[in-house]
Write a protein that binds this ligand. Structure first.
Ligand code: PAF
Length: 294
């Protein structure tokens, strides 16, 4: 099936307007391109749940905290278009920076609190760039459903919160992380890893899995779990930016003893550097229910 392609906001509106008027649901997958099997899963999920599927491809300069990362970000529109078409997209919207940011913008969207820690702390301005562009894309596409990957768990929580706070009539649909057979989460940045870095990279998933398994087997102290699991990250060439537990709703760090029979899951999350490449990943950890002592 062939997808319509446009680089203009008007083109996207002209394509989607009649579908909206006809009462069709619009599923939206925002991306920065360099599409891989994780994006394909997002588009296929959108295809299964919506009447019309729109994908955006835009390397958003506002969310890059390092100029070199922005410059190096892969741009491969023909290959991305093929993935979009194959996965069932109806519209691909790939605007230029001038189309999205014509002149000096004076409006930005910022979620506070949820952005205080983890990626928010280590990448100043990053989430402000994400929420600003996603709010603009929501305004352009006007989706019924928006599909976001769980690998970027903090981004997902922040965009959900923005959607709620700004009353966007959009249902957020989280989509599970797609992994390589050795556990490495798919990311557009994986292609930058050297052969040796790629060999080491699954240590992040192994550390998260260790934290997950310790929690499931009844561990009672977050700090001890993190210390034990972080052992997996202790490898030459790995620089740990953060590795911790967070509350999956507030993204506040969680440390110390775990309340007995706690019902609330914890999110184990980490960011590591391998050379010039930064990788993030997470795993939700649910507690094992202990038999009551009565
Ligand atoms: O996750 C991404 O690819 C980006 O942060 C997004 C949501 C497309 C905004 O630029």
């Amino acid at each position: 099936m062939s997808a319509a392609f446009t680089g203009t906001i008007q083109g996207a509106r002209d394509f989607l307007g009649p579908h909206r008027t006809a009462g069709r649901t619009i599923g939206f997958v925002p991306t920065m391109g360099a599409l891989h099997a994780g994006h394909r899963r997002l588009i296929e999920t959108a295809r299964a749940q919506s009447d019309v599927v729109a994908v955006s491809i835009f390397v958003n300069p506002l969310q890059f905290d390092r100029a070199a990362d922005f410059e190096r970000y892969a741009r491969q529109i023909p290959a991305d278009l093929a993935v979009c078409e194959d996965a069932g997209a109806d519209l691909v919207f790939a605007p230029s920076a001038a189309e999205m940011y014509p002149g000096q913008a004076q409006t930005f969207v910022e979620v506070i609190g949820l952005t205080d820690h983890f990626c928010g702390a280590s990448r100043p301005g990053h989430f402000r760039g994400v929420t600003t562009v996603v709010a603009k894309l929501f305004g352009i596409i006007g989706p019924t459903l928006a599909f976001f990957g769980e690998k970027d768990a903090q981004q997902l929580a922040i965009v959900k919160r923005m959607t709620r706070d700004l009353n966007f009539p959009i249902t957020m649909v989280p989509v599970p992380t797609v992994r390589e057979p050795d556990g490495l989460a798919l990311s557009s940045r994986n292609v930058r890893l050297t052969a040796e870095e790629r060999r080491v990279a699954p240590c992040l998933y192994r550390a998260l899995t260790r934290a997950h398994d310790l929690i499931q087997s009844g561990a009672v102290d977050c700090d001890e779990v993190i210390q034990a699991a972080a052992f997996e990250l202790d490898r030459p060439g790995v620089r740990v930016e953060y590795f911790a537990f967070a509350d999956p709703e507030t993204f506040e760090p969680v440390a110390g003893p775990i309340a007995p029979n706690s019902e609330k899951p914890l999110l184990a999350l980490g960011a590591i550097w391998l050379g010039e490449t930064r990788l993030i990943d997470n795993r939700l950890c649910r507690f094992r229910k202990l038999p009551s002592s009565a």
